[in-house]
Every structure is written in structure tokens, then in C-alpha cells.
Design a protein around this ligand. Structure first.
Ligand SMILES: NC(=O)c1ccc[n+]([C@@H]2O[C@H](COP(=O)([O-])OP(=O)(O)OC[C@H]3O[C@@H](n4cnc5c(N)ncnc54)[C@H](OP(=O)(O)O)[C@@H]3O)[C@@H](O)[C@H]2O)c1
Length: 261
């Protein structure tokens, strides 16, 4: 049985596959999150900026899934720097929860890495309002600035990732700092008709989309595909019953050299 979670530096278990919720709001957001929870997803990625935390919260409550089985991520937008604590409290209120599992700085604020904001995140973890804390869209140099200022590395860096963006050095730099990479927009950055992907998909009797998601997992990278369609929500989660060979992983890694074709 393939691994379904990764252990973060602070000890929190993070499910490797979550449902992305950007542009999922209203009834379609509610239905997508309910569907995801019904078929077994336990990880939901939202953000203050997505304006859907209340919808996510309602879907979670109605699902009946116990809170402690869930992993909920939300993110602080740069515009809320200076109001970190209040913004987190609003997220918790809207989500209907006493804590989030992961709180991320959504983008580096205008003045760069922003160790002052990072200190608020560390305080929130200390106070059990967030089980884990991290960043998104940060460079390795910006992560190093946070470590230099506070002695604490983010547990996660959520960045745009996919075969066409594969960067072994970035991955290595993250591992060295015990920062788990979480990839977003796995499909938007990928041509799902690429021949390498379709050949590998045919060999396993799965879709190219499933191959892309499985490829993230082979690298220990968390992935959060978004779909509003029930059948895709289901197949995007069906990536634990097959594995890719080292040779297949290497062929997909090499797609970074030709771009998203
Ligand atoms: N931290 C950040 O700055 C940041 C930025 C962007 C995204 N994110 C997070 O990452 C999540 C995922 O990224 P994303 O929403 O940008 O893009 P994505 O998950 O790569 O792609 C979503 C698109 O792919 C389609 N799709 C879904 N499953 C598919 C499948 N099996 N086969 C073919 N097409 C499929 C969806 O259409 P349908 O809905 O019609 O199925 C939608 O058009 C977001 O929802 C958000 O939670 C974070």
C-alpha cells in the first residue's frame, strides 16, 4: 500500500492529496467539497483570498467527518499583513473550527520574506490555532531569511509545480531545510496529451491526469488538484493503487526540458 501522508517537521501528518478550492464557491464549491469528503479526501486547501471559507466550513460540518480526521489549510493574503491574528480568527470563524491544520503566508508580502509576519505564524502555532505553519510562493532565499530571523523554517512551501516545472535543485534545497513542497496547479501547467504521459498512463490503465498526480507522490510532493466535477474529483483521488517505476519518473522529470508541450 502506497503512503498516503507525509510527516511535517513539527510532527503533523499531512495527506499527500487534497482538494484545491480556488474558484470553487457557492453551490459548486459546497458540492465539490462534500463529494471529495464522501469519497475519502481528508485534506482541503482554501485561502482567505478564495472567499469560500464559510462554504468549505458548511460542507465540512454537513459531511459528518470528525474534525480530527481532517487536514484544513488556509492562507493569509499579503493585503492582510499587519492584521495577521484578526484574519486568522476570521478564517477560523468562517471555517467553523478552533484550529487549522496548516496556515500559509499566501505570497511574500511586498517587503519580501516578512519575518514579522512569520513570527505571528509561529505564535499561532504555539497557541494551537494552527497545527503547522508554512509559506507559499517563497523562493529558497526568502525561506532562508525567515530561518535567519526566527530560527524556524516553514514546514511547507506551496508552489506552482508540475512536470513542465520540475526542478531537482529546488526539491533538494527544500529537503535540506525540511520544508515539504506542496504543488499547486498540477494540470494548468501540464499538457495532458503529452506522449510521455499518455504512454505511461496506458501502461497502467489510468489517465494522464492520474499519472501527473502520482508523479508528485513519487517525489514526496503534496498535490491539491481542483475539480468541480464529481467524476474527476473521484479519479484525482484514485492514485494510491498504482506506482510509477523509477524509469517512468525520470521520463516525466525530463519534460521540464521541453516545457508544457
Ligand atoms: N498558493 C497559491 O498561490 C495557489 C495558486 C493557485 C492554486 N492554488 C491551489 O491549488 C489548487 C489547484 O490549482 P488550480 O485550481 O490552479 O489548478 P489545477 O488543479 O491544476 O487545474 C484545475 C483545472 O483542471 C481541470 N481538471 C481537474 N481535474 C482534471 C482531470 N482529471 N483531467 C482534466 N482536467 C482536470 C479543472 O476543470 P473542472 O473543474 O471542470 O474539472 C480545472 O479547469 C487550487 O484550487 C488552490 O487550492 C494555490
Amino acid at each position: 500500500m502506497a503512503e498516503t501522508t507525509v510527516t511535517l517537521a513539527g510532527g503533523t501528518e499531512m495527506p499527500l492529496v487534497g482538494i484545491g478550492t480556488w474558484q470553487l464557491s457557492g453551490a459548486s464549491g459546497y458540492n465539490a467539497v462534500r463529494k471529495a469528503l464522501d469519497i475519502g479526501y481528508r485534506h482541503i486547501d482554501t485561502a482567505t483570498m478564495y472567499l469560500n471559507e464559510a462554504v468549505v466550513g458548511r460542507a465540512v460540518r454537513d459531511s459528518g467527518v470528525p474534525r480530527k480526521e481532517l487536514f484544513i489549510t488556509t492562507k493569509l493574503p499579503p493585503a492582510k499583513v499587519g492584521r495577521e491574528r484578526k484574519t486568522l480568527e476570521e478564517s477560523l470563524h468562517d471555517l467553523g473550527t478552533e484550529y487549522v491544520d496548516l496556515w500559509l503566508i499566501h505570497w511574500p508580502p511586498r517587503d519580501g520574506a516578512s519575518p514579522g509576519t512569520w513570527q505571528h505564524f509561529l505564535d499561532a502555532r504555539q497557541e494551537h490555532l494552527a497545527r503547522a505553519v508554512g509559506v507559499s510562493n517563497y523562493s529558497t532565499a526568502q525561506i532562508d531569511q525567515l530561518v535567519a530571523a526566527t530560527g524556524q523554517a516553514p514546514e511547507v512551501n506551496q508552489i506552482r509545480w508540475g512536470p513542465s516545472l520540475f526542478d531537482s535543485r529546488r526539491l533538494e534545497e527544500s529537503r535540506e531545510r525540511e520544508v515539504v513542497l506542496e504543488g499547486y496547479s498540477p494540470f494548468k501547467s501540464t499538457n495532458l496529451r503529452n506522449q510521455v504521459l499518455t504512454e505511461i498512463a496506458a501502461a497502467h490503465g489510468v489517465s494522464a491526469a492520474q499519472v501527473v498526480l502520482r508523479w508528485h507522490l513519487e517525489h514526496g510532493i503534496v498535490v491539491i488538484p481542483k475539480s468541480a466535477r464529481a467524476e474527476r474529483i473521484a479519479t484525482n483521488f484514485d492514485v494510491f493503487s498504482f506506482t510509477l517505476t523509477p524509469d517512468e519518473v525520470t521520463r516525466i522529470d525530463a519534460l521540464a526540458h521541453i516545457g508544457p508541450r
